[in-house]
Design a protein. Structure first.
Length: 234
């Protein structure tokens, strides 16, 4: 396995599983956007529907940064950003199309998808800040820990990234729709759930990371990486 940084000359390699991981990462974003409008209750706790899949995007983000490095993760983060905008535009276009006279579900479609632009704006802002914070913290911690203690990086980066993401999303997506106390408690419950989810899933993250590093013959260290988010390639 090669421990490489961006100046090693290997950063232009093609990888077998990079595209698949990237595709799954983007899929979780799009699915979580559409399902986030439903608020469900478990006991005294309230959650947006997208919570059942959105934390997985951070796991894929961790894997992308840990295995392939910050620069490659950054490209996928921006690709996800473009995909979310495309989804919102298409949803609005479909709602605006005149329904066929025999199709009775226009009102239901509008009810379900009419909030999506607001949720997308909330997701974009939370996602961009949260994902880049997550990737930055993980990449930096990998260098600081010399590649040891993966669990500290996955959980530590999630604590920062999901904290920013969760509260930006909830405030923008639901402010004015629900009272402040409910939003606050929702944010707290969702944040605790996401961090706990990351902690519980850590053994699986370890397994996937180990398998990918072995298969791809890479263990990327972001030494000398330019951590600006506003760049497509190194």
């Amino acid at each position: 396995m090669n421990k490489i940084n961006q100046d090693s000359g290997q950063n232009k390699r093609e990888f077998r599983f990079y595209t698949a991981i990237a595709g799954l990462f983007i899929a979780t974003l799009l699915i979580s956007n559409t399902t986030a409008q439903k608020i469900f209750q478990i006991g005294p706790f309230f959650f947006p529907g997208g919570i059942i899949i959105f934390p997985v995007s951070y796991i894929f983000g961790d894997i992308l940064t840990e295995v392939y490095g910050y620069a490659r993760a950054r490209r996928i983060i921006w690709t996800g950003f473009i995909a979310i905008i495309m989804m919102a535009v298409i949803y609005m276009a479909v709602i605006a199309l005149p329904p066929a006279p025999y199709w009775p579900h226009q009102e239901a479609l509008e009810i379900i998808l009419s909030q999506v632009p607001r949720i997308v704006i909330a997701t974009i802002l939370g996602y961009i800040v949260g994902e880049f914070a997550n990737s930055f913290v993980l990449a930096k911690m990998k260098v600081w820990t010399k590649g040891r203690y993966l669990w500290t990086r996955t959980i530590g980066s999630t604590i920062i990234g999901q904290g920013v993401d969760t509260f930006i999303f909830i405030i923008i997506a639901f402010a004015g729709l629900y009272d402040t106390s409910n939003l606050l408690w929702m944010g707290i419950f969702v944040y605790i759930f996401k961090v706990s989810y990351e902690a519980v899933i850590t053994p699986i993250t370890y397994l996937i990371v180990r398998m990918l590093k072995t298969a791809e013959k890479i263990d990327y260290y972001d030494i000398g990486t330019k951590f600006t988010p506003f760049k497509w390639k190194e």
